[in-house]
Design a protein around this ligand. Sequence first.
Ligand code: SAH
Length: 225
Amino acid sequence: MLDQWQQTTNWQPTASQIHQFQQFYDLINVANHSLNLTRILEPEAFWEKHLWDSLQPIVTADLSGAVIDLGTGGGFPGIPIAIIRPDWAVTVVDSTAKKINFIQSSLTALQLNNVQTLVGRAETLNQDRAHRQQYQLVTVRAVANAVICAGYALPFLALGGTAILYRGQWTTQEKVDLGQAAKRWGGEIIDVNAFQTPLTQGIRHCIYLRKVSNTPGLFTKNAPH
Ligand code: SAH
């Protein structure tokens, strides 16, 4: 898929990164017999809907520091991000221990030493001093509606940090609701990037939030209305 990467992202993985993608795919295939990690296993669909989709907003991202992926499931987008950005410290979080156990047990095979794993709920961890306002980038794909995701993500961000919400369809109403809600956690919407996936032209939107002021008080689980 080198040509596809080049044409659609103006970036190419190295040979060793391609090897890591292949290994990760193999590990997921095997683990999927006992764990429900993904329904997307056909090789081209895996490339498009997991690898490409995870990395499209990342390949050109200009930042450094700590990254946290909330509700990572089988490791998306966190593990592909860690593979292409060995200089970033990536933490992957999921509330389901068996998914995190799978990722933890895959790290050695993938030769990834820049990944930390955490079992827990995002809305609990983001109140913990060890994690609150400690990250430069938060990613959230397919976890909950955008307002809930913002409430999970924004408390983790250091001032000036960015959250990327990976969405499919996106409506004006969602943007209004998200913009209002984000303020409560010290965030604002800085960009909405609409694009299509390269093989099946699936609709995608990446919503970029910036942490502009400290998240006040303690996070309450329920999203504001
Ligand atoms: N991000 C992955 C997985 C999406 S499925 C992907 O895009 O493929 C949603 C995942 O979020 C599940 O693995 C679920 O266990 C986890 N999850 C849901 N709510 C959560 C919460 N509040 N905190 C942490 N993980 C959560």
